[in-house]
Write a protein that binds this ligand. Sequence first.
Ligand SMILES: Nc1ncnc2c1ncn2[C@@H]1O[C@H](COP(=O)(O)OP(=O)(O)OP(=O)(O)O)[C@@H](O)[C@H]1O
Ligand SMILES: [Mg+2]
Length: 430
Amino acid sequence: MSATATAQRPTSTAGEERPSLSAMAFVSDAVMMSRVSADLFNVTAGKANVRDGTIDSALAISEWPRDLDLLIVDLGDAGDPVADAAALKTAVPGTCLVIGVGRINDVALYRDLLAVGFNDYLAMPFAEGTMARAVDRAMEARERTGGAMVQHAGVAKDAKPRTLSVIGARGGVGATTAAVTIAAMLGARLHEEVLLIDFDLHYGSLMLALDLEAIDALREALDQPDRIDALFIQQVAQKKSEYLYAMGAEEPPSGGGFQARPHAASDFLRSFHRRFRWIVADVPRGDPVIQRQVLEASSDILLITDLSLPGVRDAMRLQQMVREVAPGAKLHIATSGAVDARRSAVKVADVERTLKRKVDCQIPADAAAALSAINFGKPLSEAAPSSGIVKALRPLVGGLDAPGGVGGAVSIAQKASGLLGRFGQGLKKK
Ligand SMILES: Nc1ncnc2c1ncn2[C@@H]1O[C@H](COP(=O)(O)OP(=O)(O)OP(=O)(O)O)[C@@H](O)[C@H]1O
Ligand SMILES: [Mg+2]
């Protein structure tokens, strides 16, 4: 076993975007070793310590440099590579990224290695550039986790996890648009990473709206939330921008109904809250089980209605449901929709009378802004920052993280009349 590069702590250069890493590698194959060296050259300012060896050699090291950032290790022909990997992981500094390489190309081994804390595993042989990309991915993930930890340390100790559920009283009232815009605005305002989740596993449009890929694992994760770990989250939560992450599925329509077990959504959300304090959930209307579970687990609920009779009727029914399933959640009411409020059959005052509370936010119709958000695949706050939609959402977003929040039930004393009045009376009788 011989060292092919000197062990030195690379110094970071002032003004560099990312400081160079302190890295070591143990690789037994000469070709792979030169590829790893080449790939590590940039990130380590040419000072990677690349050795001919395997995980045995790494395990023989009793004292690791405390500032080691990255370790690449060849699992060689270890009898029990996962046990060796687990032992190595406990020996190296906690913040050190560990990437395994080996001849076995097996997804079960890959998963087991991730489960014991490895950041990635590459099957040999791999092309030049593969390791550099793996290191980049792992670093980015660490920055995310590290960043989140810093933010968590920075916020008050009692800053509790918060889930805002956004639900439309009718189809197409702009719930997804609002969820995306609020999440983006909230993240930018708090300088904190916010996760958007589309709980409509079959027909959700959130990932499309952000031009991100739907993932298959969401249903499985809802099924077995106890299996969600940091690495799973890192893999499925897709980064849209500095503070915005999103995840959603595209289950085939013919895939059969998914019956979530009791509390699946709240266990699922709890797992994701380990990584993201704020989650914004796009809640489906078509799946009563998931809908109920997500609302139950929410700290905040935004109910959006359009200015139509069916919209107001369903807003009232959903308001009643929220009272029953999530009595502790803060309910915010918004009006929205693609139709100009001035041309709508129902006025905001009618909504307030029917719901017996104030509307917190009147989201105006702005087709051009909505269209540019879709065209750019970006949150509306980025695609059309001067839109009235963004302006209308600002107080709501500002109030979300404030101790008292915004809005709240305000009794509207006036008597409801006509059709809308009938809804109110029907509800009282129940
Ligand atoms: N305030 C608005 N003004 C004009 N158009 C809007 C507004 N909000 C959303 N839209 C547009 O209306 C359509 C439906 O919006 P969106 O998908 O957000 O609604 P949704 O309530 O989530 O619908 P679904 O019931 O399908 O989930 C989209 O084309 C969107 O761009
Ligand atoms: Mg939607």
